[in-house]
Write a protein that binds this ligand. Structure first.
Ligand code: PMP
Ligand code: GLN
Length: 381
């Protein structure tokens, strides 16, 4: 019998796969895993198709096609007044997920401690553990999930290596404010602590708020990996295309890992996306596109027994079901699929300790009629 010493003994199949599968098996409306159910812009498809037909089907350069890296650097410059050299400080990745994995793998050594704000996106913690790092969770609480930075400081030790930020945040839809950033700058001054800033929802922020990228702040930029995803920007989560920005010193280490992980990301998509983005300024209209969906979904939900939590960014809306049921959120989420035909994500899945607050996350990146149909079903509860 071959014995395997699992590197992740407590990890099972992730919650997005579990809930999407259950939704499919029960023919339910799937508001669980975050992905749009409407078509991709045909113009974008044409650009990618043309790139393939024109013969751009072999390896891209390891860090990504220069034309795409240049677009990315210009966008960061115009939005955040940040200088990233496309030659040495921008790398195209296989989605945000690969960027997160690669950034962590390039700087986390066994015994290094990583501070993660929870509820947290599911890949952070297993990746840190896989690398021999130690996760230091900092639990945030509904409804606002605000960060008490003085308490964060108490987690600091001589081994604190990195802090993971995520704004707008998945799953809570909360955002970091300018005072948050100022508190963070004060906290890490005169330390060697690095930052991984997951900004995949940077262009989905509501009510006129400005996204507080770490790239806006030189004191943070110099120590940060910034992660982004074209899946969110272009409504194409299945294309798994993203990128990482970092100062040359960090990016050099990042590329050492990236080149032996995926080497390079698929060529025709990079070229198609670069050409499409030359004429379509998608990032300028994405927030208002999703703000309409958020407002519609929120107004529909008020007709149900679910209580709305704030949603300042991302395409996720959290709801409190404590007046409906006492069940654990995973049980409740499963019953919602099997008995009412709507799938959501139990927020306990995003906490190390499985903190169950009777909160579900719904994705509103859906057609209007999908949201209406889902809420019709939720009204029956
Ligand atoms: N970070 C967060 C917060 C996400 O929500 C996601 C995907 N939904 C990712 C990273 C991964 O992005 P990608 O799908 O481009 O790998
Ligand atoms: N990021 C998506 C979400 O939060 C899912 C990604 C995945 O399935 N791994 O729902």
């Amino acid at each position: 019998m071959i014995s395997i010493n699992s590197k992740l003994p407590t990890v099972g199949i992730n919650i997005f796969s579990v809930m999407s599968k259950l939704a499919q098996e029960n023919n339910a409306i799937n508001l669980s895993q975050g992905f749009p159910d409407y078509p991709t812009d045909p113009k974008l498809i044409d650009f990618v198709t043309k790139a393939m037909k024109d013969g751009h089907n072999q390896y891209a350069p390891m860090p990504g096609l220069p034309v795409l890296r240049e677009f990315i650097a210009e966008k960061a410059n115009s939005l955040y007044n940040a200088n990233y050299d496309p030659e040495t400080e921008v790398t195209v990745t296989a989605g945000g997920t690969e960027a997160i994995f690669t950034a962590l793998a390039s700087v986390i050594n066994p015994g290094d401690e990583v501070i993660i704000f929870e509820p947290a996106y599911d890949c952070y913690s297993p990746t840190v553990k896989l690398l021999g790092g130690l996760v230091k969770p900092f639990e945030l609480h509904a409804p606002d999930y605000a960060i008490d930075w003085e308490m964060v400081k108490k987690l600091f030790t001589a081994n604190t290596r990195l802090i993971i930020l995520n704004s707008p945040q998945n799953p809570t839809g909360s955002i970091l404010s300018k005072p948050d950033i100022e508190a963070l700058i004060k906290l890490i001054k005169n330390t060697d602590i690095l930052i991984l800033s997951d900004e995949v929802y940077e262009h989905i922020i509501f009510d006129g708020e400005q996204h507080q990228s770490v790239a806006l702040y030189p004191e943070l930029q110099e120590r940060s990996f910034v992660v982004a995803s074209f899946g969110k920007l272009l409504h194409t989560t299945g294309w798994k295309l993203g990128y990482c920005l970092a100062p040359a010193k960090l990016m050099t280490e990042f590329r050492k890992v990236h080149q032996f992980n995926v080497f390079s990301v698929n060529t025709p998509m990079q070229l198609g996306v670069a050409n499409y983005l030359k004429s379509e300024k998608v990032h300028e209209t994405l927030s208002s596109f999703f703000e309409q969906k958020r407002d519609l979904f929120r107004s529909l939900i008020t007709e149900t027994k679910f209580k709305l939590l704030p949603c300042k960014g991302s395409y996720f809306q959290c709801v409190d079901y404590s007046t409906i049921s006492d069940e654990h959120d995973l049980d409740f989420a499963k019953r919602l699929v099997t008995e009412f035909g709507v799938a959501g994500i139990p927020v306990s899945a995003f906490y190390t300790k499985n903190k169950a607050d009777k909160i579900l996350r719904f994705c509103f990146a859906k057609e209007q009629r999908t949201l209406e149909k889902a809420v019709e079903r939720l009204m029956k509860i």
